[in-house]
Design a protein around this ligand. Structure first.
Ligand code: IMP
Ligand code: MG
Length: 202
């Protein structure tokens, strides 16, 4: 047990090795993620007993969160995906949001739960909520795995929050840095080595 905990805290060096000294320190372990997501699923179902729920995942970051959450909400659940681009390749937002893939089906009259990986400045969710509200759903709720309240610019409220985290750049469990690290089963804080400091500023 103690050995396992020690292993989980070990600094992970990314593969391949050319990635200029990047390292990831685990912030939220896979076990904590699973426990919290199970609680969130119960909370959501308790708030809407017997009601069909339509989960809308924001690609690509929310994929693992949505699949884990969706499996644990009992009763009628459907899902769909939307994609937006809000970040470039670095760790700083461009502040601009653009729809790159729309939903497959109408959300009119549905109870929609928007499922997002992280609420950061809030620009992405503010944009999406505006788009969705025009489509006349019965109601909209927002579920985010992570919340970084220190960085908020847009006044967006999440109804279900997995973990509130400090203002650090995190990767794993769907979250990426330049499309990498999404497959890490834990959430960790990314440190860039000297070689990649230029990429972070871009
Ligand atoms: P917002 O529009 O600033 O709230 O940012 C939302 C999007 O930015 C998320 O869906 C993520 O794709 C990305 N993002 C924000 N913070 C992080 C982070 O710490 N790591 C990885 N992606 C992030
Ligand atoms: Mg991203």
């Amino acid at each position: 047990m103690a050995k396992k905990a020690k292993q989980a805290k070990k600094i992970q060096k990314p593969q391949p090795k050319e990635r200029g000294g990047e390292s990831v320190r685990i912030l939220i372990s896979r076990a904590r993620l699973q426990r919290r997501i199970t609680e969130m699923a119960r909370e959501i179902r308790k708030d809407f007993p017997g009601e069909p729920l339509h989960l809308v995942g924001v690609l690509k970051g929310a994929v693992f969160f949505l699949t884990n959450l969706g499996k644990q909400i009992p009763g009628e659940v459907s899902f769909d995906f939307i994609a937006v681009a809000s970040y470039g390749l670095g760790t700083h937002s461009s502040g601009q949001v653009r729809l790159t893939r729309d939903l497959d089906s109408s959300i009119e009259g549905k109870t929609v739960i928007v499922v997002e990986d992280i609420l950061d400045t809030g620009m992405t969710l503010q944009y999406l909520l505006r788009v969705f509200e025009q489509r006349k759903p019965k109601r909209i709720r927002v579920a985010v795995l992570l919340d970084k309240p220190e960085r908020r610019i847009a006044a967006v409220h999440a109804d279900y929050v997995g973990f509130t985290i400090p203002n650090e750049f995190v990767v794993g469990f769907g979250l990426d840095y330049a499309e990498r690290y999404r497959n890490m089963p834990d959430v960790g804080v990314l440190s860039l080595g000297a070689d990649s400091s230029k990429a972070a500023k871009a």
